[in-house]
Design a protein around this ligand. Structure first.
Ligand code: MD6
Ligand code: FE
Length: 207
């Protein structure tokens, strides 16, 4: 087989396999701190359906959704307090991954924390609630493996399936900043550090 000698490449998407592998335990511990202050919750889409993923945020801004729409807010609607600060471990990792993908000086002000349990999925969508699209998106996978769907500029474009393991980081931006993407339903399993779940950290520049 020659597939591994010539892995597929996708314009605007950088795969950094194992980039956060050495930080897994520290990152998971930091996630525990975030969700102690801003509990994970299921949010509703504007259409009124609950998303299957559980979410929280840290950083100056957090991504929220309710029947009024998708947006960023400095205040957690559940606690009526600001989101917990973004720890240096998160900032440093996000900036280093962005740099590895060719984006210098990435300074995220939002980190969305997503909890996927077996059968949780994320349907194809664009990340387009940010004020500008010059900064990339940095996405860190922890815990159970997932199949990431990498589509194109249009919802109907065929999506590639990319396996993401704990410690893998993906960065997208530039021509692909508004590409559709999603996550296939999580398979059953137990991760040695994270247990029966997957955590995804998505770093963005919201403002
Ligand atoms: C992932 N997640 O879980 C990719 N986007 O690998 C996302 O694209 C995403 O988890 C918006 C909101 C939550 C997410
Ligand atoms: Fe997304």
């Amino acid at each position: 087989m020659t597939a591994d000698l010539f892995p597929p490449s996708y314009p605007g998407l950088t795969l950094l396999p194992g980039f956060a592998r050495d930080n897994e335990a520290a990152l998971l511990a930091a996630v525990e701190d975030v969700v102690a202050a801003a509990p994970l919750r299921q949010v509703a889409t504007p259409g009124g359906k609950a998303m299957s993923v559980h979410m929280s945020n840290c950083g100056a801004m957090g991504w929220i959704s309710d029947r009024h729409g998708y947006r960023y807010s400095a205040v957690d609607p559940l606690t009526a307090r600001n989101w917990p600060a973004m720890t240096e471990v998160f900032r440093e990792l996000a900036a280093r991954a962005a740099l590895a993908a060719g984006y210098a000086d990435f300074a995220p002000d939002a980190c969305l924390v997503n909890l996927y349990r077996p059968s949780t999925r994320m349907t194809l969508h664009q990340d387009r609630d940010e004020a500008g699209f010059t900064a990339p998106i940095v996405s860190v996978s922890l815990g159970l493996p997932a199949v990431f769907l990498w589509g194109g500029a249009a919802r109907a474009d065929k999506a590639a399936r990319i396996e993401l393991l704990s410690g893998d980081v993906v960065v997208w931006g530039g021509v692909a900043r508004l590409n559709f993407h999603g996550v296939m339903p999580l398979r059953d399993g137990v991760h040695p550090l994270a247990g029966p779940k997957r955590i995804n950290l998505t770093f963005r520049k919201a403002l």
